[in-house]
Design a protein around this ligand. Structure first.
Ligand code: PLP
Length: 365
């Protein structure tokens, strides 16, 4: 099968680019002297994670219990659920703990109380806010000491260490701006670990990481583990940040022009929000497209004038009048959310389909 035979809309994964991205981050981690625990929420794919493991990944990071179960079933037993513990789902974590070695994440006293009451042996990370202000305790406050001490003192719990994610790097443009956030992420966590250790609390692992920060950081002495995810595919947003080039973007959506009215100056493709997601990318950085269009994928050339302006559920609005039937390869704003819209990848080498890989995107129960 060749790309021309694939029914649209379809999720395409360029195998050579994927493998180059995986090798590059594995080498960065090795060079920086840290363990790599990739976030598999980007790809939700056993075949990609197997490649990451073959390149030396020390376990995986997941964002949902459904991901956790799918990957445990496939033999990935060392995993961190890097999402604040959902109180009502402790039974499922306990079930996982019978088959694997999951670590969970907490950032408040309620979760510690729930874990203490459950009495299950579990490794627990304390989430620290390094400046993103999404979740996590203040690294300079009292709570970080109180919670770390409670986790350390609980007989059945193992305090895994501290963990952060510099999601505010997604609002930065250019190497210097990214490096500033990357150093902040590292330094806040080093200072927090030093505080805990000075207070007599052993802190085994300091875990950090996002793709933009890990793409630029130059020194990680004192950090144990990094957890980037998006680097496997990259996307248009990473290109805007300056964390990746178009030539590194491994994930595209193949679509067809399905409607084009003469003289209207626009057309519709069969890739809408349920193919590309509604992620509008870094609009605060002046980014004003819902997806770019490749003029030529192999040479990483984007159409300079043609792009998606809006997305409805299944319709993608293109700002150019193209003939019905024309097939386009779209570079999404956010590859993680795009991959999660599809059941499988068409894995390509050049124009040739060499495999189909499943996206483990089940949700809920
Ligand atoms: C807790 C956590 N760790 C790691 C990551 C990976 O970040 P990225 O996708 O930028 O590599 C994320 C992404 O949202 C995250 O939420």
């Amino acid at each position: 099968m060749r790309i021309a035979d694939i029914p649209t809309p379809a999720l395409l994964l360029d195998l050579d680019r994927l493998e180059t991205n995986l090798v590059q981050m594995a080498e960065r981690a090795q060079h920086l002297g840290v363990r790599l625990r990739p976030h598999i929420k980007t790809h939700k794919c056993i075949e990609v994670a197997s490649r990451q493991r073959a390149l030396g990944a020390a376990g995986i990071t997941v964002s949902t219990l459904s991901e956790a179960r799918a990957f445990v079933e496939a033999g990935f037993t060392d995993l961190t659920w890097a999402f604040p513990l959902i109180p009502g789902r402790l039974d499922e974590v306990m079930d996982l703990a019978r088959r694997a070695r999951p670590a969970v994440l907490i950032d408040g006293p309620e979760a510690v109380a729930a874990l203490s009451a459950a009495g299950t042996a579990l490794r627990v990370f304390l989430k620290v806010d390094c400046g993103y202000h999404r979740a996590g305790v203040d690294p300079e406050g009292e709570l970080v000491l109180t919670l770390a001490r409670r986790l350390t003192d609980a007989d059945h719990l193992e305090f895994g260490g501290i963990l952060t994610h510099a999601g505010h790097s997604y609002h930065c443009r250019g190497h210097e701006a990214l490096l500033e956030v990357a150093r902040q992420e590292r330094d806040v966590m080093l200072a927090c670990a030093a505080r805990l250790r000075t207070a007599g609390i052993p802190t085994p692992t300091v875990s950090i990481g996002s793709t933009p920060t890990m793409s630029v950081i130059d020194d990680l002495v004192g950090i144990d583990e990094i957890r980037p995810g998006n680097y496997a595919f990259h996307d248009l947003s990473q290109v805007v940040f300056g964390a990746a080039s178009v030539a590194q973007c491994a994930l595209t959506v193949l679509s067809s022009v399905v409607s084009s009215q003469t003289g209207a100056g626009r057309s519709i493709v069969d890739a809408g929000a349920l193919a590309l997601s509604k992620d509008s990318g870094p609009t605060d950085l002046g980014h004003a497209t819902m997806g770019a269009v490749f003029a030529h994928y192999a040479s990483s050339r984007l159409e300079p004038e043609i792009h998606l302006t809006a997305l409805s559920q299944e319709h993608g609005h293109l700002n150019a009048e193209l003939p019905v039937g024309r097939r386009l390869r779209i570079l999404p704003n956010h590859s993680c959310l795009t991959a999660a819209q599809f059941d499988s990848y068409y894995v390509l080498q050049g124009e040739r389909v060499v495999d189909r890989w499943r996206v483990h995107r089940a949700r809920g129960g």
